[in-house]
Design a protein around this ligand. Structure first.
Ligand SMILES: C[S@@+](CC[C@H](N)C(=O)[O-])C[C@H]1O[C@@H](n2cnc3c(N)ncnc32)[C@H](O)[C@@H]1O
Length: 205
């Protein structure tokens, strides 16, 4: 993992920034998975848990992984208050480094990862995440597109990718359903226009 985005970086970032007051799930996740029947999901790089909680509220059982203990602590608290104790048990929070942690193969009906700048070899990470998708299941990868001037100005270039680059790592066992550069208006950052790379693919049954 490059020094700037290692475990210490993320932990320090969460410790020095207040918890999100109202964690909201990513718009690409909600748009791309809305019609899926709930099952087992993996949220890789879950942060403060907004995506995992949203999925659990819709019936998914989620394994939510992050390298930052502070983020996971906040995520647990958010799940307990948003879901109640009963449904909060639908989420297993796992502290692990995605650059070395390998999820079980062909296990999850949905594997999702949003804006995770995890290491200098993203293709390897996405290959491991893709391998974790069950037959008939969905892979969703969302990140910063190279056209995103806002993040390009402050993040190193290896953070950016296109959906086609991720799709190129998938073989004939996959059907690519979405591969787009999608814009959205930022809630913060002065309302800047952000560009997301959005890749959704389905492993054929
Ligand atoms: C920009 S945040 C995005 C959080 C969440 N996915 C979202 O969309 O709101 C990136 C997250 O990825 C986590 N992360 C980064 N590198 C990681 C790694 N190598 N292993 C596990 N988690 C990592 C960070 O701790 C952080 O919570």
């Amino acid at each position: 993992m490059p020094e700037e985005f290692d475990a210490a970086y993320w932990e320090h970032r969460y410790r020095t920034h207040p918890a999100l007051r109202r964690p909201v799930p990513g718009p690409q996740l909600t748009a791309e998975t809305d019609g899926l029947a709930p099952g087992l999901a993996l949220d890789a790089g879950c942060g403060e848990g907004a995506d995992a909680v949203w999925l659990a509220s819709r019936g998914w059982h989620v394994t939510a992984v992050d390298v930052s203990p502070t983020a996971l602590e906040r995520a647990r608290e958010h799940a307990a208050s948003a879901l109640g104790e009963d449904r909060a048990h639908r989420i297993d929070w796992v502290e692990a480094d995605l650059t070395s942690w390998t999820p079980p193969e062909r296990r999850y009906d949905l594997v999702t990862t949003e804006y995770v700048h995890a290491g200098s070899a993203p293709a390897e990470l996405y290959a491991r995440l893709a391998a974790a998708v069950a037959p008939g299941g969905t892979l969703l990868v969302v990140g910063h597109h190279p056209a995103d001037e806002h993040t390009a100005a402050r993040l190193s270039e290896h953070v950016h990718f296109t959906a086609d680059e991720v799709a190129a790592g998938l073989d004939a066992a996959w059907e690519v359903l979405t591969a787009e550069n999608r814009t959205r208006r930022s809630e913060g950052h002065g309302g800047a226009t952000l560009h997301d790379a959005v890749l959704r693919a389905r492993r054929l049954p």
